[in-house]
Design a protein around this ligand. Structure first.
Ligand SMILES: [Zn+2]
Length: 185
C-alpha cells in the first residue's frame, strides 16, 4: 500500500518503555492492545488560549491539546488520549500524527477566521469563504441574539450557548464552513 509501511506501525516507536507502560495500563483495564479507532479529535484550545489542557487517559501526560477519542468494539468505554498514545492504540503512529496535523492547521484557520474581511450589512456581517456566502445577522425577534447562515443552514448557538457576540458568531460560522475532517474508519 504505502512504502512507509514499516514505520506506520508502532515498531518504529523509539521509546519502548513508554510503549510497555501504555500496554501495562491497557492490560490493567482489561482493554485490548490494538484495534482501536479514532472516532473524534478536538482541540481543547481551538477558541480559547487559556483553556486547560487535557490529561492523556493512557500515559497521564497533562499537556494534551489535541484530544483523540479512541473507541473499540470490544471495550465499553472510549479513551481520550494524546497523539502518540492514539497511534499505539490504533497501531499506526503516522495516521495519528497526520490526523493531528490536519487538526492543528484547522485550528490556525479557525483562529484567524474572525479577522477575515467581513463586510458590514444592515443587520450584521457577511463574508465569502471558498466561494460561499456566510451571513451573520441579528434576530428580528430578539436583537440580543445573532444567527449564522451558511449554505442554507442556520445556527443560533455556538458550543451549546446562544450567540450574542461577533466572535462566537464567527466561530460558529467557521464550524459550518470548515468542519472537522471526518475521522478515517
Ligand atoms: Zn498518552
Amino acid at each position: 500500500m504505502n512504502n512507509s509501511g514499516q514505520v506506520l506501525g508502532i515498531d518504529g516507536l523509539k521509546d519502548k518503555s513508554y510503549l510497555a507502560r501504555c500496554q501495562k495500563t491497557l492490560r490493567s483495564w482489561g482493554a485490548p492492545f490494538s484495534g482501536w479507532t479514532c472516532k473524534e479529535i478536538y482541540d481543547v484550545r481551538d477558541d480559547d488560549w487559556n483553556a486547560p489542557l487535557h490529561a492523556c487517559e493512557l500515559c497521564g501526560c497533562t499537556k494534551v491539546r489535541y484530544v483523540h477519542v479512541m473507541t473499540h468494539p470490544d471495550y465499553f468505554e472510549d479513551v481520550s488520549v494524546g497523539c502518540i498514545c492514539a497511534g499505539i492504540m490504533e497501531g499506526d503512529i503516522l495516521a495519528a500524527k497526520d490526523r493531528e496535523r490536519l487538526m492543528r492547521n484547522r485550528s490556525k484557520r479557525k483562529r484567524s477566521f474572525p479577522k477575515r474581511k467581513w463586510t458590514r450589512t444592515t443587520n450584521g456581517w457577511s463574508l465569502t469563504y471558498h466561494g460561499e456566502q456566510i451571513l451573520i445577522g441579528r434576530s428580528r425577534h430578539n436583537p440580543e441574539r445573532l444567527g449564522v447562515k451558511y449554505n442554507g443552514q442556520c445556527v443560533w448557538t455556538y458550543k451549546g450557548k446562544p450567540i450574542t457576540d461577533f466572535l462566537s458568531a464567527a466561530y460558529a460560522a467557521f464550524n459550518l464552513a470548515d468542519p472537522v475532517p471526518e475521522a478515517k474508519p
